[in-house]
Design a protein around this ligand. Structure first.
Ligand code: FAD
Ligand code: NAD
Length: 480
């Protein structure tokens, strides 16, 4: 697994990691956090062993680098020396070694295709996979180069043939959903101000100044490229407002660009992307909307133009501490939605049980709203909301008000670290708590249980639900 961001959470010694079966299997050594990795990549150390040179790698060469201290992996045509990264990889060295000396694209995509590995591993770039020498064609010629569409390898066009070794060159790689154009300038620390890139309709231009010379590539695409084809297209959204919800959780409102229309379906999340000391960091978040939001904030802005997020700020959290520093008017990139929740699960539903812990409450916000307004068959919704203390409960009064107004809704708060004044339920998720809470209305009623929270909470919850004879179809657990 080449993923970095989500795995650094929770902290190595935190309660969330200690439980067995969590996804974060390998505790990172001291000094091997994502932030430490970013620091190392900025230290100007030669991480590839090639002193900044980029080379063409043949398949035979790639295969030779298959040991922990000499490990090259190819992702989408680019080859990285991942040995320096081994100890920083939250999924562990063994996960990385599964792709040693080979093409790890598929393995990478299976785990987290959204992770911005280009940015994470840019100092580990060895070069690209060698392609067969091909015939040059020029944009000025009548025939356009085909960049979007499956072109046989023999027709791949390349400027390399024309140019001497010290000149920039470019080539491109494509998968079904992505065209990557790589320009090799053979120059380190290229200044972003000296690069201009334009993409309009079927034309792509990139201009850069290298050693007092202007280098321009102008490519004609066979047809327009659909930018959001992969489903993870990012658009820059502006921070409109930020309000405290609890001592550490805030409601963020982002405005979509004027030409964007985007609504995140129930149960789905998006990825937010920010640059943290020059490295792009991406984390998933679940937008909220509906009556609970309206109880907290009036007026709610239209949900095809604005997105609201409830986000807990961790003081030393890589992403959230940076997010919290943003000023109103600053920009955050937002991906297209992702997730495997199916609204068909609600058909004919009679009993809905929601088990949420901490910010695991976020997917429940839209679900609750939908259940109470759009499921005619619904008889009962019960939310059991697990938190550490009373101060941690998100939208407590809004939930109580909603339950008071709609008798189909019951809300129960459970605290794992309450003060002595708390006379409600206490402890962690347990058989005793669940068996009492999860009573079906009728023996054969159609039931759905949704569960979301820290990984050990969710895993333990799912095990307990199976023990209580809930079938796979009756459980939806939210995970990354
Ligand atoms: P991280 O840097 O990952 O750290 C989190 C905590 O661990 C911090 O306290 C940090 O200090 C500690 N820590 C990390 N590394 C170390 C280390 N090496 N040593 C010691 N301590 C360490 N969250 C929300 O708030 N709202 C949502 O709507 C939401 N939706 C989500 C949807 C999905 C599908 C998933 C999977 C997660 C969602 N999350 C949500 C969680 C979110 O994605 C992030 O995991 C969370 O915001 C923490 O990110 P971070 O980079 O700030 O913290
Ligand atoms: P937290 O640390 O405040 O804990 C909240 C409650 O979770 C605790 O009171 C406890 O009851 C329970 N809990 C915590 N650790 C546990 C453990 N080891 N075993 C059993 N129960 C445990 O939670 P938080 O800081 O708000 O974290 C929320 C978590 O929810 C994060 O891990 C986040 O990634 C996850 N989340 C996931 C999604 C999703 O997958 N769609 C959405 C939102 C949040």
């Amino acid at each position: 697994m080449l993923n970095v961001p989500s795995q650094s959470f929770p902290a190595p010694r935190s309660q969330q990691r200690v439980a067995s079966g969590g996804r974060s299997k390998v505790p990172l050594k001291q000094g091997r956090s994502l932030m430490d990795w970013i620091r190392l990549t900025k230290s100007r150390k030669d991480l590839t062993g090639l002193k900044g040179r980029l080379i063409e790698v043949t398949e035979e060469e790639l295969k030779k680098h298959n040991k922990k201290d000499d490990c090259w992996i190819c992702i989408r045509g680019f080859v990285y020396n991942v040995s320096p990264y081994m100890e920083y990889h939250p999924g562990g060295e063994d996960e990385l070694m599964r792709a040693a000396g080979s093409d790890g694209t598929e393995l990478f995509d299976q785990v987290h295709r959204w992770v911005n590995y280009e940015s994470m591993l840019k100092e580990c770039l060895v070069g690209r996979m060698a392609i067969k020498p091909t015939v040059l064609k020029d944009y000025r010629e009548e025939e356009k180069k085909v960049l979007n569409g499956m072109l046989p390898k023999s027709q791949v066009t390349d400027t390399l043939a024309k140019e001497g070794p010290s000149y920039p060159s470019y080539d491109w790689f494509q998968t079904d959903s992505l065209v990557t154009i790589a320009i090799y300038t053979k120059q380190k620390d290229i200044n972003l101000d000296s690069i201009i890139v334009d993409h309009q309709n079927d034309s792509f231009r990139a201009e850069t100044i290298i050693k007092d010379c202007l280098y321009l590539i102008h490519i004609g695409l066979s047809h327009e490229v659909q930018e959001d084809f992969s489903g993870l297209y990012y658009r820059k959204c502006q921070l409109i407002s930020k309000e405290d919800v609890t001592h550490d959780t805030r409601l963020f409102c982002l405005m979509l660009p004027p030409s964007t229309h985007l609504q995140v379906p129930i149960g789905q999340h998006v990825y937010l992307k920010l640059s943290v000391t020059g490295t792009e960091i991406v984390k998933p978040y679940t937008p909220v909307s509906g009556s609970l939001l309206a109880e907290f904030k009036e007026p709610v802005l239209p949900n095809n133009k604005y997105i609201y997020f409830l986000i807990k700020i961790y003081p030393t959290g890589l992403f959230t501490s940076e997010l919290d520093r943003l000023q109103i008017g600053d920009f955050v990139s937002v991906s297209s939605p992702e997730g495997n929740f199916k609204i068909s699960k609600f058909q004919e539903l009679e009993d809905l049980f929601l088990l949420a812990a901490g910010t695991g409450f976020t997917p429940m916000v839209k679900i609750l709203n939908y259940a109470l307004t759009d499921i005619p068959s619904l008889r009962k919704v019960k939310l059991m909301f697990f938190n550490k203390t009373e101060d941690d409960i998100i939208w407590r009064s809004q939930l109580e008000k909603l339950a008071f107004k709609d008798k189909r809704l019951d809300v129960e708060f459970v605290l794992s670290a309450p003060t002595s004044e708390w006379n409600g339920k206490q402890g962690h998720i347990s058989p005793a708590l669940l068996s009492e809470f999860l009573k079906r209305n009728l023996d054969k009623s159609k039931v759905l249980v949704c569960i979301c929270g820290p990984v050990p909470f969710t895993e333990q919850g799912v095990r307990l639900l199976h023990d209580l004879n809930f079938s796979k179809n009756e459980i939806h657990s939210f995970t990354a």
